[in-house]
Structure formats: structure tokens, C-alpha cells
Write a protein that binds this ligand. Structure first.
Ligand code: PLP
Length: 464
């Protein structure tokens, strides 16, 4: 029976694709072999775009798609194999597959959802955010190529660009203040710079990138703008603002469960095709493949990503303004006095707020650790853990954890103070219940400080 299914591809295609759109042929994870992007209707709102994407039904008419848990795929005729390898047949040309490191139907279906979310022609899902980032950089930059990157980046990406890629492939990276157009223009070398790389909202300082400006600067020099949108899915759509490629750590908000490590590369079909090339493609040859069972789990979470992001944002905004009223030094791009507030308003998708991340600067690492200790162990406001996008609030002291890879002087230049507590604001429990827990932890910490004014130098609770 399986052989019949594989051979009668046109029949299965109609059964599996009852909502097939006009634009459907071009928008899939692997796009067109002729490299010409076909016109695609693009919804401006990412939730609308997600809902407009093709709905996959299960093999037996299930409302959810089936999981294609096969590493390899059969063909009815020997010649079909030759035609598959020559590219004449493939996922979009007859619904035929070769091997799941190449394309897998379930992973491809998640890729279509990711492409719809980010408004790109195609997307490919990977085993982690770092594998998405490293593969795309290796593909676009090549040996000896040059990258201009923001100084405020996730620690792993900073290490990749400053240490690993220079050692492994002679890539050179210049780190700049991505806010300073003149500095970015001065750093970009036409003909040499292949990629300008930023995060929409930087980790952990929450600086918002001026994506339209950076796209102009990159394109003027013939470079691609690659944007890590991990902190702001739904909130900002970088590709709709001019970015060429959007990368994600799907492990964070998109997953939402703090149980899966995954990544995605969203961009033109020509890029995904090139990355899948049997001879030269970074995805095909490095092989950071997503498991089909993981792809299925994630595809069930994408439909409620808009709702989750709205609630993460609503609570973060409320806490940020209440913390501010208590006199804390809080950074949240949704607060009107944040230096990038107006910029975020100008580029954000309406209705999703300013995101679920906020930072409180407690001055010293010791004070940061004491606050987090009470927040977790005394009042149960949240959990001391890295990562983000979970339903519980997660807190970490960035300088001694996720950004500890950075040399201290780079940390200082990136604005990461030793007492900076980064919070990914969760949405379980009621807002008032959670806020009372926060206030109680803060006052306990302040009371103890009054009792032991010399304690600032002692007591290390940081788990790292
Ligand atoms: C976590 C994270 C990454 C790395 O993603 P993994 O899924 O952990 O490999 C990259 N960029 C940002 C902004 C992140 O927060």
C-alpha cells in the first residue's frame, strides 16, 4: 500500500492539500528549482499569514497532520530515483522525497508555517537555533568573507563570529554599534562584506535594531541583512521590513514549552535550495536536521503563538511600569522613556505589544542574586534559569550566565551591567498574584540589606 501511495503522488497531493492556495506552489520550504520567486500574497499581520498558510490534514482525514517518521522513502520505478536526484522530481514536484536529512514532509510543513509567520518565501527548520545561525552564516559568507555584526548579540552568536568562524573558516567579523548608521556604513566593505547581522531585540540589553536602515546599508554594499528574531516573534517581522534572512531559536517563545531545542532559517526559496544543494549546501552537508516528531509538536504550538505573545507582552509591560514606579532601574522597550521606544512602535506589528523580555539593573551581581534568590526560593515568582519564552517567568543574571562568553570589556561596551537581571515574563497564575510575589521578594531583600549593610560583597546564590 505504501508503494501505491508513493507512486500515486498526484492523488495524495490533492487529498493532503484541500486548502491549497494560488500561491501555494512557490511558498513551500523548498521553493522553485528555477530560482524565480513567484508572486506571493503576503499578509501584513503574522497571525493572518499563519492562518492563511496551508492546513495539513492527517493521512486518514485527521485534523492534525500525520507524522512522517521515515528516514528514507520508496519509489515505484527505478528511474524515479534518478529523476529525484537530478531535481526533476521532489517535494514540490510530485510530492516525492528521498531521505529525511534532505527534506521530510513533516519538517517541511513546519517550515511552511515558519515562512508564513515571517513573511518569507521559504523556511527550513533545524535542530537548534545555533545550527540555523551557523549554517546560514557559513552558506552566505564563505571562507575569508567579512561580516558586520552588532556588538549586542547572544553570547553564542558572539563567540561563533569572534572565535569559531575565524578559526574554522577565516571569516572576519567587525562588531559595531548597530544604532550608529555612520559606523555601520564605515564597517561595511563593498565586495567583501557578505552579511550584516543583528538581533531584532538584542540579548540581553533589549536594544531594538533599526531594520529598515540596516537593510539599506547592507543592500547598498551588496550584502545580505540577517536578523535573529528569537526575542520578538509576532511582535516584529524583520523580512517585512527589508531583512533578507530571519533566523530563530525556536527553543524559546515559538516552542513555549522549554522542552525542545530547535531552530529555523526563513528566507528566499533560492537560499533554502542552495543550502540543500547535494554538493555545496550547508544544511545538506552539515546536517543539523530536525526530527519529524519534534516538527509535529512544534507545528501544534504555532497556532497559539499569537495569543501567548500578547499575554507575555501585556504582563511584561505591566510589570515594567510597576517596577519603574517602585524606583527600580528597568529597561523595557515598551516604556515611553526607553531609547528605542519610538523605533519599536514604528516597526512593530500592531497588537502584539513590546515583547515578553525585560531587564532590571540591580547594580551589583550580589544584589541581583539576592533578588533572584527570593523571587525563586521564597516567594516563587519565577525560576532562576536561562532561556526564555516559557509560561513561568525565567530569570538570569546575564553577565555571569548567557553573556559570560563575552570578554568583560565587550560586555561593558554592550551595556551589560554585572547586576542586570534578565526576565522572560511568564503568563501562568494571575498577574496580581505574581506581582504580589515580586513585591514581597523585593521588600525582603531590602529588609535584609538594612539588617546587614555590609553583605553586598558576600553571599553568592548564582547557580552558574
Ligand atoms: C537561545 C538563543 C540562540 C541559540 O539558540 P539555541 O536554540 O539554544 O541553539 C540564538 N539567539 C538568541 C537570541 C537566543 O536567545
Amino acid at each position: 500500500m505504501a508503494h501505491v501511495m508513493a507512486a500515486s503522488e498526484l492523488v495524495t497531493a490533492t487529498i493532503k492539500r484541500p486548502f491549497q492556495n494560488d500561491d501555494d506552489n512557490s511558498s513551500n520550504g523548498n521553493g522553485n528549482a528555477d530560482g524565480k520567486p513567484k508572486a506571493r500574497r503576503r499578509e501584513a499581520d503574522p497571525a493572518a499569514a499563519l492562518a492563511a498558510a496551508r492546513h495539513e490534514f492527517g493521512e486518514h482525514g485527521g485534523v492534525n497532520m500525520s507524522i512522517e517518521a521515515s528516514a528514507t522513502f520508496t519509489v515505484m520505478e527505478p528511474d524515479t530515483m534518478r529523476r529525484l536526484f537530478s531535481g526533476e522530481l521532489g517535494p514540490e514536484r510530485g510530492d516525492l522525497y528521498i531521505y529525511s536529512r534532505h527534506f521530510n514532509p513533516t519538517v517541511l510543513a513546519l517550515g511552511r508555517q515558519m515562512a508564513a509567520l515571517e513573511g518569507t518565501e521559504a523556511a527550513y527548520c533545524t535542530a537548534s537555533g545555533m545550527s540555523a545561525i551557523s549554517s546560514v552564516l557559513m552558506q552566505l559568507v564563505g571562507a575569508g568573507g567579512h561580516v558586520v555584526a552588532s556588538r549586542c548579540l547572544y553570547g553564542g552568536t558572539h563567540a561563533l563570529l569572534s572565535r569559531f568562524l575565524p578559526r574554522a573558516s577565516g571569516v572576519r567579523a567587525t562588531f559595531v554599534d548597530a544604532d550608529d548608521e555612520a559606523a555601520v556604513r564605515a564597517a561595511v566593505r563593498p565586495g567583501e562584506t557578505r552579511v550584516v547581522y543583528v538581533e531584532t531585540m538584542s540579548n540581553p540589553t533589549l536594544a531594538v535594531a533599526d531594520i529598515p536602515m540596516l537593510a539599506r546599508v547592507a543592500h547598498d554594499a551588496g550584502a545580505k541583512l540577517v536578523v535573529d528574531n528569537t526575542f520578538t516573534p509576532m511582535v516584529v517581522s524583520p523580512a517585512r521590513l527589508g531583512a533578507d534572512v530571519v533566523v530563530h531559536s525556536v527553543s524559546k517563545f515559538i516552542s513555549g514549552g522549554a522542552d525542545i531545542i530547535a531552530g529555523a532559517i526563513c528566507g528566499p526559496a533560492s537560499l533554502v535550495n542552495a543550502m540543500m544543494d547535494l554538493q555545496e549546501g550547508a544544511l545538506m552537508l552539515l546536517g543539523p536536521t530536525m526530527n519529524a516528531k519534534v516538527a509535529f509538536e512544534l507545528s501544534e504550538r504555532l497556532p497559539h503563538l499569537p495569543l501567548r505573545m500578547q499575554e507575555h507582552s501585556r504582563r511584561a509591560a505591566e510589570y515594567a511600569s510597576r517596577m519603574r514606579r517602585l524606583g527600580l532601574r528597568v529597561a523595557y522597550p515598551g516604556l515611553p522613556d526607553h531609547p528605542h521606544h519610538a523605533r519599536l512602535l514604528a516597526i512593530a506589528n500592531p497588537g502584539y505589544g513590546a515583547g515578553g523580555m525585560l531587564c532590571v539593573d540591580m547594580g551589583t551581581e550580589d544584589r541581583a542574586n539576592r533578588l533572584m534568590h527570593h523571587l525563586q526560593n521564597t516567594t516563587r515568582f519565577g525560576l532562576m534559569a536561562v532561556s526564555l519564552g516559557y509560561y513561568e517567568t525565567l530569570m538570569s543574571c546575564s553577565g555571569s550566565s548567557t553573556s559570560s562568553e563575552m570578554p568583560p570589556e565587550d560586555r561593558a561596551r554592550a551595556g551589560i551591567s554585572p547586576g542586570l537581571v534578565r526576565m522572560s515574563v511568564g503568563y501562568n497564575g494571575t498577574l496580581e498574584q505574581r506581582w504580589a510575589q515580586f513585591e514581597r521578594a523585593l521588600s525582603l531583600m531590602q529588609q535584609q540589606q538594612q539588617q546587614h549593610p555590609d553583605r553586598d560583597a558576600a553571599a553568592k546564590y548564582c547557580k552558574v
